[in-house]
Design a protein around this ligand. Structure first.
Ligand code: ZN
Length: 453
C-alpha cells in the first residue's frame, strides 16, 4: 500500500483501524450466548422463514411481508422502526457510539407475480416454495441475527441497522437500496456537496452522479449517519463464499414506430418489425470480452397486429451485464449503434417512405462495483469462517443489493444465509435447511466483530 492509498484508506475507513478479530469476539460471554441462541433457535428460525415466505411479496408489493417482519423486529427490541418512501423496513440497534455503523439487509421482494401460489411444503429437511431460498432464507437470517444479539444482550461499540429492503429483483432496479443510500454522505463529516467532488478518487462516476442528483432534490440537508460497512444477506450463496464484486447491468427497451398499413395496399413503406430484425442481427454480432465477463441478451420481443398488417411498432428488451463499468458502457454503446444503423438501413431500403422513428427507454441500471479482497470487511469475514471452522473463504461476483453501496465506495459484501438452495426464481425452488443455523451464527459473529465491543 503506498502512502496515498493508505491516506485515502484511513480517511475512508477510520473506524476499522483497530477492528476486533472474530476469534476473540466469539469468546465474549454475550457474543457466545448469541451464537448459542442462533443454534438453539434453529427450528423456530425455519418456522419464521416459512411464515414470511407464505406472505406474497411481488415486485412493488412488498408491504404485507414487510409488516410481518416489523412485528419480528419489534419483538427483537430493535428501535426507531420505520418504513421509508421506497418501502424499506428499517430498525436500529444502537451501540455505545454511532460508529462503526454496520448495515445488514435482506430483500423482501420476489420475482413471482401476484396470484402465484406461495404455499410452502416441507419434506424432512427440504422446503419447497417460490422464494423459499431467495430471499426468505435471508429474511429469516436477518431476523435471526437481531433475535440472537437480543438474546445474548450483546452491547456493541457501534450501531447496527437492520433493513428488510424492496426492489432487489428484476425491474425493481434496486429501488430500495437507491432510496436507503440517497441521503447519506459517504464520507464521515463531509457534506454531500463535497462528497460529489470526492468521486474522482474512485473508478465509478456513479457516486458523483448520485450525489449531484440528491443535491438537486435538496435531500442532503437531512443526511443520516454515515455507514462504515454494508452486508446484504442473499439466499443462493454457500456460507463458504462472499460476493465481493457487483456485476453491473443495463436494461433497455428499443422501440421502432411508423405509420403501418395493409400488407398489400401499403406495401413500399418501412416496417418496424423488419427494422427490429435488422437490429437483433447486428446485436448478435457484438463482440464482448471474456475478462471482464460481459454479456448481452435480447430477452423479449413484441409488436404486430396480424399477418397481413405492416405493424406500426415493434420492440425488444435487451439486458447487458459486465463485471467492469467500462466494458458495460462499451456494450451499451454498441447496442445503441446497432439500433441506429438498423433504423437507417430500414428507412433507406424503402426510400424514407413511411419513415420509422426509434426510441430507447432505460428500464434498469445497476452500477458495477467491488470491495477489495484485502479490505477490512472481507478480511473479517475470512476470519469468521476460520473461527467457525468453516472452509476457507472464496469470493465471487454477482448482481445483488451490494452493487449500489459498492458503487458509492462503501465497503459492501453479500453473504449467504445458510442451507443449500436449488432452482431459485422458479416455482420449484427448494432449500435443504440442514445446518442452516450456521448461516445465522456466521452473520452474528461478523456483525459483532465489525461493530466491535
Ligand atoms: Zn436474492
Amino acid at each position: 500500500m503506498n502512502r496515498l492509498t493508505l491516506a485515502i484508506a484511513l480517511f475512508l475507513f477510520p473506524y476499522f483501524a483497530h477492528a476486533a478479530d472474530p476469534k476473540t469476539t466469539m469468546q465474549q460471554p454475550a457474543v457466545a450466548e448469541a451464537l448459542r441462541f442462533a443454534q438453539s433457535n434453529a427450528e423456530a428460525n425455519i418456522e419464521t422463514q416459512i411464515h414470511l415466505c407464505e406472505i406474497a411479496a411481488p415486485e412493488f408489493h412488498e408491504e404485507k411481508r414487510a409488516a410481518a417482519v416489523e412485528e419480528l423486529f419489534k419483538a427483537a427490541h430493535l428501535q426507531n422502526i420505520h418504513t421509508d418512501p421506497a418501502g424499506n423496513l428499517i430498525g436500529d440497534r444502537p451501540g455505545k457510539n454511532p460508529h462503526p455503523h454496520i448495515v445488514i439487509a435482506a430483500h423482501l421482494d420476489t420475482v413471482f407475480p401476484e396470484g402465484t401460489d406461495v404455499h410452502v411444503t416441507r419434506n424432512g429437511n427440504v422446503l419447497k416454495g417460490p422464494g423459499i431460498y431467495d430471499d426468505c432464507r435471508g429474511l429469516a437470517a436477518l431476523v435471526g441475527v437481531a433475535q440472537a444479539l437480543d438474546a445474548g444482550k450483546v452491547q456493541t461499540t457501534g450501531a447496527i441497522t437492520f433493513v428488510a429492503d424492496t426492489g432487489e429483483e428484476g425491474l425493481g432496479d434496486l429501488r430500495g437500496m437507491k432510496e436507503f443510500f440517497r441521503d447519506k454522505s459517504i464520507f464521515p463529516g463531509v457534506s454531500c456537496r463535497a462528497s460529489a467532488s470526492m468521486g474522482v478518487f474512485r473508478n465509478e462516476n456513479a457516486a458523483a452522479h448520485h450525489f449531484r442528483d440528491t443535491e438537486q432534490q435538496g435531500k442532503c440537508s437531512k443526511s443520516k449517519s454515515d455507514i462504515d460497512a454494508f452486508i446484504s444477506i442473499d439466499g443462493p450463496e454457500p456460507i463458504t463464499d462472499a460476493i465481493t464484486g457487483g456485476v453491473g447491468s443495463y436494461r433497455l427497451r428499443l422501440t421502432y414506430s411508423g405509420p403501418g398499413g395493409h400488407s398489400f395496399n401499403a406495401f413500399g413503406i418501412a416496417n418496424p418489425i423488419h427494422a427490429l430484425g435488422r437490429a437483433i442481427a447486428k446485436i448478435d454480432e457484438i463482440q464482448t470480452p471474456e475478462t471482464p465477463r460481459t454479456t448481452f441478451n435480447v430477452g423479449r420481443i413484441g409488436g404486430g397486429t396480424s399477418v397481413n398488417t405492416i405493424s406500426s411498432s415493434a420492440f425488444a428488451e435487451i439486458d447487458m451485464r459486465s463485471e467492469e463499468s467500462g466494458a458495460l458502457e462499451t456494450t451499451k454503446a454498441a447496442v445503441e449503434r446497432a439500433a441506429q444503423s438498423a433504423l437507417d438501413e430500414e428507412n433507406a431500403r424503402w426510400h424514407d417512405h413511411g419513415k420509422l422513428t426509434m426510441k430507447i427507454d432505460l428500464l434498469g441500471y445497476r452500477p458495477t462495483g467491488s470491495t477489495p479482497s484485502n479490505s477490512m470487511l472481507v478480511d473479517t469475514v475470512r476470519g469468521v469462517n476460520q473461527a467457525m471452522g468453516l472452509s476457507a473463504l472464496t469470493t465471487s461476483r454477482q448482481s445483488t443489493d451490494s452493487n449500489f453501496p459498492m458503487s458509492l465506495g462503501i465497503p459492501s459484501i453479500t453473504l449467504g444465509a445458510g442451507g443449500t438452495g436449488k432452482d431459485a426464481h422458479t416455482v420449484n425452488e427448494t432449500i435443504d435447511i440442514t445446518d442452516a443455523w450456521k448461516g445465522v451464527q456466521r452473520l452474528v459473529l461478523a456483525v459483532s466483530t465489525l461493530a466491535g465491543w
